[in-house]
Ligand binder design. Structure first.
Ligand SMILES: Nc1ncnc2c1ncn2[C@@H]1O[C@H](COP(=O)(O)OP(=O)(O)O)[C@@H](O)[C@H]1O
Ligand SMILES: [Mg+2]
Length: 229
């Protein structure tokens, strides 16, 4: 079974777009896909456009939202802080059970974190620990612009400290034109310095178009990379 955790160097860098493209690309290869957003903040459970709902649709809604995107917190803050503000504690054992149950019988499990790898979830638990508990290999999404080499290397260092296997870095192009002159060399430099696969995802005119996203994920080599052992 393919088990992927999607993290980012920041919020807003394209984790959900990459997760949707992956889910759609895997489905095109006729895999049974489960896509999860275990904890989402700044939304209510029923928000139709929230990450959990987008991921569930991209995966073909084969599992109920209450299983694949079980925890929402109203405050747009890190999960630990949003939970504290609403007077609750995120139940890690319950999340473990959701991940186990949701992934039963699936060929591919895709889990999107919230924000970056060291975003805190509960006392002593951040996303690096959750991804390790759930045996997820990491896809690191980053915005392709000046600064991304540093941001990506910091995330890679944290992932390696946590014992996570890094499948690839996705350098995401969030604009139709390159953001700056670093863009041409960022992928090569990260690959050279860190010995990781680096994939460039182009700007998508309609990022919600799953057919197009699946095609782009295929053409940039992301799908075949993640289908290889
Ligand atoms: N490759 C892309 N092409 C066009 N727009 C993109 C691309 N990647 C992300 N976006 C847009 O950028 C915004 C942030 O992306 P999102 O996937 O929600 O980030 P994250 O999940 O990391 O917070 C969204 O509006 C999304 O549609
Ligand atoms: Mg997201």
């Amino acid at each position: 079974m393919i088990r992927i955790g999607i993290t980012g160097t920041d919020t807003g860098v394209g984790k959900t777009v990459v997760a949707q493209a992956l889910a759609a690309g895997f489905r095109r290869r006729e895999l049974c896909v489960v896509a999860m957003k275990p904890i989402e903040t700044g939304v209510s459970f029923d928000s139709p456009e929230r990450d959990g709902a987008l991921l569930a649709r991209a995966a073909g809604a084969s599992r109920p939202l209450s299983l694949v995107a079980p925890i929402t917190l109203a405050q747009p803050l890190a999960p630990l802080v949003a939970a504290r503000e609403s007077g609750m504690t995120i139940d890690i054992a319950a999340l473990d059970a959701s991940v186990r149950q949701a992934s039963e019988g699936a060929d591919a499990l895709i889990v999107e974190g919230a924000g970056g790898l060291l975003v805190p979830v509960a006392d002593g638990v951040s996303f690096d620990g959750l991804f390790a508990r759930w045996s997820l290999d990491l896809v690191i999404v980053a915005s392709n612009r000046l600064g991304v080499v540093n941001h990506t290397r910091l995330t890679i260092a944290a992932a390696r400290t946590a014992g996570l296997r890094i499948r690839c870095v996705v350098l995401n192009n969030l604009t139709p034109q390159p953001l700056d002159t670093s863009v041409a060399g960022n992928a090569g430099l990260i690959a050279e310095l860190e010995n990781v696969a680096v994939i460039e995802l182009p700007w998508l005119a309609s990022p919600r178009d799953l057919t197009h996203a699946a095609t782009q994920a295929d053409e940039c080599g992301l799908i075949s990379l993640l289908l290889s052992p």
